[in-house]
Design a protein around this ligand. Structure first.
Ligand code: UFG
Length: 352
């Protein structure tokens, strides 16, 4: 286990697994802004230490970090021995839907196995407060939109199933009789819709390995000339213009949702709760392309391609519960998401 140095501090330490990733790095910035000290555990399998250095550039202080795999209980135990965490935010995991169907065992080992190890080490250290990085994918193909937290859950691929399995495991842990719980679990599940954009400094952002799977990084790489054209997966859905509709949320809004959830743990007490983090608004693929062209001043050539297997027509959140119970709602609109995505992409054409 290699680690960075840690100076003494009076701020509460928050463990951030996967803190060097796209969402994790933005959460580190917002934790610093809110007066916490993020302590990152990351195996850098799909992220770079440079992201943490740049968080340091933005915040004047980099997160303490440990290069460590969550499936290493000994290493994780050492981290818990060195810090007294006020909560754990768990982002570490694999996230490519297509890849998950090719190597499902790896997905279950990393996403489910990693969470089990984390929870066991937490319990052994009397740590009960956990925020889990879940996904709107747990709603499967929803019967209607907008989607609220009481909608039935299901999964259509191993990635989605790994998220759902972890949600179920965490719910079961929190539902066990209080007398049988090693620690009184206090857990919040955050179901993300589609995170996009970047910190407005343009210094941290999404840095996908290889050809991007997700719409926004793909569009950004077309705009900058790294990829020739976008394939729009289907134009015959029952939506405004026939292309898929999603609830895109600025990653900084999403990160602030985590800080709100962290504060909410204190008032919520023991149990396990789920919140949607979305804007409540849906945009189609073609609306996204047009908005990106406006923000970047570049053309984004595209062609209509067949539907992508497993895609649904529309997916957007009812985000009222997070507003009511966490006092959080998304602030940034589409234009800002695109401007920030473009600033990151144009300033860092090859990522970190
Ligand atoms: N799309 C294209 N062309 C592309 C990529 C995407 O047309 O090259 C379309 C898709 O068909 C979809 C929309 O753009 O209509 C968004 O696709 P993304 O791949 O960006 O996002 P998804 O909604 O499919 O997936 C996201 C997360 C997953 C998560 C899922 C459901 O990336 O991790 O939401 O919550 F499982």
């Amino acid at each position: 286990m290699s680690s960075s140095s840690s100076a003494p501090t009076t701020r509460p330490d928050v463990l951030v697994t996967g803190g060097a990733g796209y969402i994790g790095s933005h959460v580190c910035v917002e934790l610093f802004n809110a007066g916490y000290r993020p302590v990152v555990v990351d195996n850098f399998s799909n992220s770079k230490p440079e992201a943490l250095r740049r968080v340091g550039e933005i915040c004047g202080e980099a997160p303490v970090f440990y290069e460590l795999d969550l499936n290493d209980p000994k290493g994780l135990t050492e981290v818990f021995a060195r810090h007294s965490f006020s909560a754990v935010m768990h982002f570490a995991g694999l996230k490519a839907v297509g890849e998950s169907s090719r190597i499902p065992l790896t997905y279950y080992r990393e996403n489910v196995g990693g969470t089990l190890t984390l929870c066991e080490v937490m319990a052994a250290h009397g740590q009960s407060r956990l925020i889990f990085s879940s996904s709107a994918t747990v709603y499967g193909d929803p019967a209607s939109v907008p989607i609220d937290e009481r909608f039935p859950t299901s999964a259509t691929n191993p990635y989605g199933r790994s998220k759902l399995m972890v949600e179920d495991i965490l719910q079961d842990m929190a539902a066990a009789p209080a007398a049988d719980q090693v620690v009184p679990w206090n857990i919040t599940l955050l179901r993300y819709f589609n995170p996009v954009g970047a910190h407005d400094s343009g210094r941290i952002g999404e840095d996908p390995a290889g050809i991007p799977n997700n719409l926004l990084p793909y569009v950004a790489q077309v705009a900058i000339g790294k990829l020739p054209e976008l394939s729009v997966f289907g134009d015959d859905y029952d939506t405004v213009d026939g292309t898929g509709v999603r609830d895109y949320i600025h990653v900084v809004d999403l990160a602030r949702g985590h800080v709100a959830a962290l504060k909410g743990l204190s008032t919520a007490g023991a149990g396990c709760r789920a919140y949607n983090l979305g804007t409540g608004r849906g945009y189609s693929v073609l609306q996204m392309v047009a908005a990106f062209e406006r923000a970047s001043g570049r053309k984004v050539p595209y062609r209509i391609a067949p539907r992508r297997p497993g895609d649904i027509a529309s997916c957007y959140a009812n985000a009222d519960l997070a507003r009511r119970e966490l006092g959080w709602s998304a602030e940034f609109g589409l234009e800002r998401m695109m401007e920030d995505a473009w600033r990151w992409q144009s300033g860092n054409p090859n990522g970190y």
